[in-house]
Design a protein around this ligand. Structure first.
Ligand code: GTP
Ligand code: MG
Length: 171
């Protein structure tokens, strides 16, 4: 078991390609109400968690709710790929605006493993190329996280590290 220290009031940003296990990790380590998932917000605004054309509206709503939670002093977890710089920049800014520490938890699972999982999932239908792009973005992202303003960066490599990780809130 590996304990990942996370400030009790923080904005936890999960980072990982599709199929890396972000939603599973969030479900295992946090209360459902603490987790804001981009899929859930796409479903809320467009009735379809896979509707990528709804992303702008979904993230707008997600940021709004995250801001209201942080204003209330509530730990909040962002369950989205967050492999793109601009997505993370918006979240770091949101955390700063509420005087809350942004924390990144990276789930770094081999692309092949994620693809094998994706192919088994009835709820995902994107092509292999999408994952390749996300992987390239992820590699670049990992090097940048500290410089981007994340005060704590935890990188979990591979299934064993991901499955062994637990969260320890720090007061
Ligand atoms: P997106 O929402 O598409 O970005 O994917 P995600 O990162 O949220 O992945 P998700 O948690 O949905 O996991 C995808 C699949 O991988 C799940 O349906 C599980 O079958 C499997 N999986 C996820 N996490 C674990 C894990 O820790 N252990 C094992 N054995 N399987 C896992
Ligand atoms: Mg997910």
């Amino acid at each position: 078991m590996t304990e990942l220290t996370v400030p009790a009031l923080s904005l936890v940003v999960l980072v990982g390609i599709s199929g890396s296990g972000k939603s599973t990790f969030a479900q295992r380590n946090f209360a459902p109400s603490q987790v804001l998932s981009s899929d859930a917000f796409r479903a809320m605004v467009a009735d379809d968690e896979n509707d990528q054309s709804a992303s702008a509206a979904a993230f707008d709503a997600l940021h709004y709710v995250a801001g209201r939670r942080l204003a209330g002093g509530r730990l909040t977890v962002i369950d989205a790929t967050n492999v793109q710089d601009h997505a993370r920049a918006g979240l770091v800014a949101l955390a700063r605006a509420h005087d809350v520490l942004p924390v990144a938890i990276v789930l770094d699972l081999p692309e092949e493993e994620c693809w094998a999982r994706t192919e088994r999932r009835p709820d995902r239908s994107f092509g292999r190329g999408v994952l390749g792009r996300q992987s390239r973005d992820l590699r670049r992202s990992i090097k940048r996280l500290s410089r981007e303003g994340f005060r704590t960066v935890h990188v979990l490599h591979g299934l064993e590290e991901i499955e062994a990780a637990t969260i320890r809130p720090q007061r």
